[in-house]
Design a protein around this ligand. Structure first.
Ligand code: SAM
Length: 221
């Protein structure tokens, strides 16, 4: 395809829409790959996908393949879901929660998420979803951004406790954060201190330019 080839020279934007949640949503051919961006950052299939893939590698692809239930909070174009299916060969259930219905439409139209088997996409605020769900999960991926802003609830005790409750024993949380200034650094330090000896927490700074990842394993109920 001509646009794909040309995109090795310059990025070719093929879709753009304003969004109250994400400022803007843009689908662009970039170096032969279709990516989804918000106004100021990459959302799917670019540096974001690379960052989360590294996080999954830290947890271990072989371990993840055997999990039975995975929750993804913040779906965007679904690049981590594609990594789980195509590279890790994880075949069991995935539930994806995404607040922005326009994002889900784009994910289906441009990235064919609706063709992925055993994937349930829920159009809801992740905060409300985790309050209501009756299921437990082996892996919970938290990847929630509104452009470059991370909502405060992600760092508050209430949400942290609820996520910990939803996690099976020996299960993992993969939390993607953005660190742009000293305040964000401090916020992450406080987050880290909230996990006591029932958890094994690792922090991976500077994964892609501004990303800092956490992997958190539940060692005891
Ligand atoms: C960086 S993108 C997610 C990328 C995705 N994990 C991937 O692998 O391609 C962040 C997403 O979080 C969504 N989001 C923001 N606030 C949310 C909320 N409260 N609940 C659910 N999704 C939210 C945004 O609409 C956006 O699609």
């Amino acid at each position: 395809m001509f646009q794909k080839l040309l995109s090795y020279l310059i990025p070719i934007n093929i879709f753009k829409q304003n969004s109250s949640i994400n400022k803007s949503l843009e689908v662009t051919w970039n170096n032969g790959k279709l990516v989804l961006d918000s106004k100021n950052t990459n959302y799917s299939y670019g540096s974001l996908q690379r960052a989360l893939k590294k996080g999954l590698r830290f947890i271990g692809f072989e371990r993840i393949e055997k999990f039975e239930n995975v929750l993804v909070l913040g779906v965007a174009g679904g690049s981590v879901i594609k990594t789980l299916r195509d590279e890790i060969k994880y075949k069991n259930k995935i539930t994806g929660v995404e607040i922005d219905k326009n994002v889900i439409e784009l994910a289906n139209r441009y990235f064919k998420l609706n063709e992925i088997k055993n994937l349930e996409l829920v159009n809801e605020d992740a905060f409300e979803f985790v309050l209501k769900t009756k299921e437990k999960y082996d892996l919970i991926i938290i990847d929630i951004f509104q452009d470059t802003v991370m909502p405060n609830f992600l760092f508050e005790d209430f949400f942290i406790h609820r996520i910990n409750f939803l996690l099976n024993l020996n299960g993992f949380i993969l939390f993607n954060t953005m660190v742009l200034n000293e305040k964000d650094k401090e916020r992450n330090k406080i987050y880290r201190s909230k996990f006591k000896e029932e958890y094994s927490l690792r922090m991976y700074p500077k994964i892609e330019e501004h990303n800092e990842l956490f992997t958190i394993k539940k060692l005891k109920i």
